[in-house]
Design a protein around this ligand. Structure first.
Ligand code: ZN
Length: 251
């Protein structure tokens, strides 16, 4: 694990928090919400390297006020049934924060979120099937910091929802994981992107009716991703700059 940084990485976990309150099967697995399971996992992996805060759809401004956004180094995003309920104003703010350097980890069905679609500029849709099949996530970038501590050539999950290609995303900067599913499909399950100064990681596992976020290997990958995506120091300017006076004389 990395050594302690000067200040903890400030993490905001955003969850729409709908299935856990409306579906008894989901409630049995994620009683307090997927965000709380993710928080416990990240805190147990990273301890005082992180300060974790949660936000949900029902809160004013979906819990993503200017103050929360200004003090977030990395955001995790879990959404599914409520993508359309997320206000365009909040989406625009999150988008700008990513361009300015905030890290973003988009989880599973977050592929269909307004935030991810806006950052990718494509539809981000895919094939899917819910049949409790085996998923084998093959490592295609051994040595990448997001995969630090993951033993072997792949991670196998016993019961998953299938996502299959074609996944309508732009070419990722790095492809870390390719999933194979028992039913025959494959999928780009771990992808990195940069937008502006922000780092983005899309990570596929995590359907709400399977206890995937309690898997310690999944927890390790997410904890690694938090540290990888952490906001870096440096200035980023959204606006055009008109420079009428040249730095050097022009003939
Ligand atoms: Zn799902």
């Amino acid at each position: 694990m990395p050594t302690a940084n000067a200040s903890p990485c400030r993490v905001t976990i955003w969850n729409e928090f709908i299935h856990e309150r409306s579906n008894a099967d989901v409630k049995k697995i994620y009683r307090d919400g997927i965000h709380v399971a993710l928080q416990s996992s990240i805190e147990s992996q990273l301890g005082n390297l992180v300060e974790v805060h949660c936000a949900t759809l029902d809160e004013p401004e979906h819990g993503l006020t200017d103050e929360v956004l200004a003090t977030t180094d990395v955001m995790l995003w879990w959404g599914h049934a409520g993508h359309d309920q997320v206000s365009d104003e909040v989406v625009a703010k999150v988008h700008q924060k990513v361009l300015g350097g905030m890290g973003l980890i988009v989880l599973h069905s977050g592929h269909g979120s307004k935030v991810f679609q806006r950052l990718m500029g494509t539809g981000c849709m895919l094939r899917w099937r819910e049949a409790g099949e085996v998923e084998r996530l093959w490592i295609t970038a051994p040595g990448h910091p997001i995969l630090s501590g993951i033993e072997g050539d792949y991670v196998e999950l016993p019961e998953t929802e299938m996502y299959g290609e074609h996944f309508d995303i732009p070419e990722p900067d790095e492809l870390l994981l390719i999933s194979w599913f028992e039913g025959g499909e494959v999928f780009r399950s771990g992808c990195t992107f940069r937008r502006g100064q922000g780092k983005i990681f899309y990570f596929r596992p995590g359907h709400e009716t399977y206890p995937i976020y309690y898997d310690p290997r999944v927890g390790r990958i997410l904890a690694n991703a938090v540290l990888w995506a952490r906001r870096q120091d440096g200035s980023y300017t959204h606006d055009a700059r008109h420079i009428p006076e040249p730095l050097n004389p022009i003939r």
